[in-house]
Design a protein around this ligand. Structure first.
Ligand SMILES: Cc1cc2nc3c(=O)[nH]c(=O)nc-3n(C[C@H](O)[C@H](O)[C@H](O)COP(=O)(O)O)c2cc1C
Length: 358
């Protein structure tokens, strides 16, 4: 039996102990609307590290206050937020997992009620603490408030904010960073012709629409140095006529590879309301297409729940790693369980629990 799920992977100066990873998942668990991690984050991410994950990508973290989806999101625009993340990273490391963080700007999908814990949904009003959202153009996401089109100076400031957050990520101890350019958030909004109708050098042609993301990638690399892997999460298709397609994303992934990106985390959708043919492994074909046609490593995500399914994705060379989101919420010990299912002996079952594994 092959055990690719438990084969280490090296990207730049970082070796992941296995290829069963946890994707970013917003927790909306900041207590004081200050962007600072809490004990929830230590325990939540700690459990998955203890459960054997090769890497954990901490949830979408705002690079500025207005970059947050909700006021309960993590942020990384100040040093207090950096310091609050250090215990999260330290515990992940103590369990042998690699720690990554997703740096994000929510663009026109910012300033909304969190998914749970409040009565309302949709955009926050001013009296509820809402703020003016930013986007490439003034086109609103269905049902949300109209954004303001960003000036070139604001784009420059946002590039600098991503870079400063990347610096703080490394200072907090993270091993790698992921730039969020998927799910209809700011960088995806610039990439997609459905949300970007600008006529300056950030709109129009595919390379103009990619300019903002490539500037963020370059600025991030300048901060994190040559040894640190940089991932980019993309939505490989908008699932909509006139939107981004796999071919567009393959072209973009080639540019990202040329700019030193180490892995594409391949998701889909989120920029417009669309009918998505959701089912087990429904996005792996996009990870495969990008990997095959550009040679850049990919991670597959989306309704992956079973050890043999995960192994199959790696064995058929669709991706270099698999990300299990909701399955990790249901069972933070998924990697340990998968090792048992695949009959592979791992040496990182917690010693404290040895009586459970006799
Ligand atoms: C609770 C929750 C929060 C999420 N937050 C994020 C996020 O912060 N950033 C992101 O890129 N995707 C986010 N996602 C999407 C997941 O990373 C993943 O792509 C998606 O859930 C599909 O994988 P799954 O079927 O294994 O859950 C979130 C998903 C869930 C369930």
């Amino acid at each position: 039996m092959s055990h690719l799920l438990f084969e280490p992977l090296t990207l730049r100066g970082l070796t992941f102990r296995n290829r069963s990873w946890v994707p970013p998942m917003c927790q909306y668990s900041v207590d004081k609307q200050d962007g600072a991690a809490t004990q929830w984050h230590v325990v939540h991410y700690g459990a998955m590290a203890r459960g054997g994950a090769g890497a954990i990508i901490v949830e979408a973290t705002g690079v500025t206050p207005e970059a947050r989806i909700s006021a309960e999101d993590l942020g990384l625009w100040n040093d207090e937020q950096r310091d609050a993340l250090t215990p999260v990273v330290d515990f992940i490391h103590s369990q042998g997992s690699a720690a990554g963080i997703q740096l994000a700007h929510a663009g026109r999908k910012a300033s909304v009620h969190p998914e749970w814990g409040t009565d309302g949904d949709g955009s926050l009003t001013e009296s509820e603490g809402g703020w003016q959202t930013l986007a490439p153009s003034t086109i609103a996401f269905d049902g949300l408030a109209e954004p303001r089109a960003m000036s070139e100076a604001e784009i420059d400031e946002t590039v600098a904010a991503f870079a400063a957050s990347a610096r703080r990520s490394i200072d907090a101890g993270f091993d790698f960073v992921e730039i969020h350019a998927a799910h209809g958030y700011l960088l995806h909004e610039f990439l997609s012709p459905l949300s970007n109708t600008r006529t300056d050098s950030y709109g129009g042609s595919p390379d103009n629409r990619a300019r903002f993301l490539l500037e963020v990638v370059d600025a991030t690399r300048a901060e994190v140095g040559e040894d640190v892997p940089v991932f980019v999460r993309l939505s490989a298709t908008d699932w909509d006529e006139g939107g981004l397609s796999l071919d567009d994303t393959v072209e973009l992934s080639g540019w990202l590879k040329d700019h030193g990106v180490d892995l594409i985390d391949v998701s889909t959708g989120g920029n417009v309301m669309a009918t998505i043919p959701v089912g087990p492994g429904y996005q792996t074909t996009f990870a495969e297409g990008i990997r095959e046609r550009t040679g850049i490593p990919t991670a597959a995500v989306g309704l992956l729940t079973e050890p043999f399914q995960a192994e199959h994705i790696l064995a058929t060379e669709q991706a270099d790693a698999v990300l299990l989101g909701r399955e990790s919420l249901r069972d933070p010990n998924f990697p340990i369980r998968a090792a048992d299912a695949l009959r592979f002996e791992i040496d990182y079952k917690p010693a404290q629990y040895h009586r459970a594994y006799k």
